[in-house]
Design a protein around this ligand. Structure first.
Ligand SMILES: *Cc1c(COP(=O)(O)O)cnc(C)c1O
Length: 377
């Protein structure tokens, strides 16, 4: 779709604006259409709208340029993850997080119970534990930073070990984003996103993506999408591409806000522990600095109060929304253990905080207000 362009030379800030545009021609549009068709005249490479769509292709081109691999979009992040997992033959061994994103962990637990797969659940941040679990595994399924623990996995080391052992190495890059790390450049076979989060960035749609440099894998995943039918709506694809245009700006601002708020929360006597790799005191700070280009905009922190008070705190804030999900322009927080499916390794008093692009001082005032309103002293 795009004119000849040496994308490798360009910065992320430029790629998000320039990628995924229709071909240049007189009176040609700058933006792709919302292509609403279920079928096409015969003779072309697509044939039917479950197999391809012009608006998907524009978003896929943009994600491909950001991640450095060929991409496919899906109806949701879980749609993408399910297709990746569906590549594994019955009873295969997979290594995955014991406390990663709850949707993935819950799905894998169920598949393990049903004997569809043999899942070795490990603490991904513990490199020794990951290395010990790899022998005999067909897939190494990684996520870093983890959601909601905000623990950083030593991706260069574990990806390399997974490749030596002939595993298909998958990295969920939703929290870090291609602004901060490129798993394919670190040697992973597949990187995937909940496009619902930072890439689209406005909490108004659900989409997922996968990217890979390997043509055979791409072909198998494209087929899995065709026949699972977990395809994106053209409107959602168009909206996500529109959101992606400001992704670099949003991420920069959210990240600055997150670092400032993490530094203020650390000093607050009502806060027991702050998890943010950008803090020099964070146990993962040095590891994060060694291969990441930033620290992201997700903070988790533990509050010295009862769970009832913490629920009230999340609810009483006026700017920060008490809701699940993350990665939007608006700040959102929640007590993660309010969900029965959240891993029990996540403390009851932990708040996951997706820091938005508002004024940092307004956010800080809102946090102070919420503490006081919930009588957390
Ligand atoms: C939200 C999320 C998903 C699932 O994506 P959906 O778009 O909600 O299906 C997967 N991984 C991570 C890390 C997430 O935060």
């Amino acid at each position: 779709m795009n004119q000849e362009q040496d994308w490798n030379k360009l910065a992320t800030e430029t790629k998000v604006v320039a990628a995924g545009r229709p071909e240049k021609k007189p009176d040609g549009a700058l933006n792709p259409p919302i292509a609403l068709n279920s079928t096409f005249h015969e003779g072309g490479p697509i044939g039917y709208a479950r197999y391809g769509n012009e608006t998907w292709s524009a978003l896929e081109d943009a994600i491909s340029i950001l991640e450095g691999g060929k991409s496919l979009i899906f109806s949701s992040g879980m749609g993408a993850i399910s297709c990746v997992i569906s590549l594994l033959p019955e009873a295969s061994v997979i290594v995955a997080a014991h406390n990663g994103y709850q949707g993935t962990t819950t799905m894998l637990k169920k598949m393990h119970e049903d004997k569809r797969l043999e899942v070795r659940f490990v603490d991904l941040a513990n490199t020794e534990a990951v290395l010990a679990a790899i022998p005999g595994a067909k897939m190494l399924y990684l996520e870093s930073p983890t959601n909601p623990g905000i623990e950083v996995v030593d991706l260069p080391t574990v990806i390399a070990a997974g490749k030596v052992a002939h595993c298909v190495v998958v990295v969920d890059n939703t929290l870090a984003t291609p602004m901060i790390q490129n798993p394919l450049a670190l040697g992973a076979d597949i990187t995937l996103h909940s496009v619902t989060k930072y890439l689209s960035g406005h909490s108004d749609l659900l989409l997922g993506s996968i990217s890979t440099k390997e043509n055979a894998l791409y072909g198998r995943l494209e087929q899995a999408r065709r026949y699972s039918g977990s395809i994106a709506g053209p409107f959602e694809a168009w909206l996500a591409l529109r959101g992606l245009r400001t992704f670099a700006l949003r991420m920069q601002r959210s990240q600055e806000n997150a670092l400032e708020l993490a530094n203020r929360l650390v000093k607050d006597p009502r806060v027991l522990k702050v998890r943010y790799p950008g803090l020099v005191t964070d146990p993962y700070h040095e590891r994060a600095k060694s291969f990441m280009k930033g620290f992201g905009a997700m903070i988790s922190f533990e509050v010295n109060a009862t769970t009832a008070q913490i629920d009230q705190m999340c609810d009483f804030s006026k700017l920060i929304t008490n809701a699940t999900s993350l990665g939007g322009v608006e700040s959102i927080w929640e007590r993660r253990r309010r969900w029965a499916t959240e891993s029990h390794t996540i403390p009851e008093n932990l708040i996951r905080f997706s820091v938005g692009i508002e004024s940092v001082d307004d956010l800080w005032s809102d946090i102070q207000f919420a503490f006081t309103a919930a009588k957390i002293l």
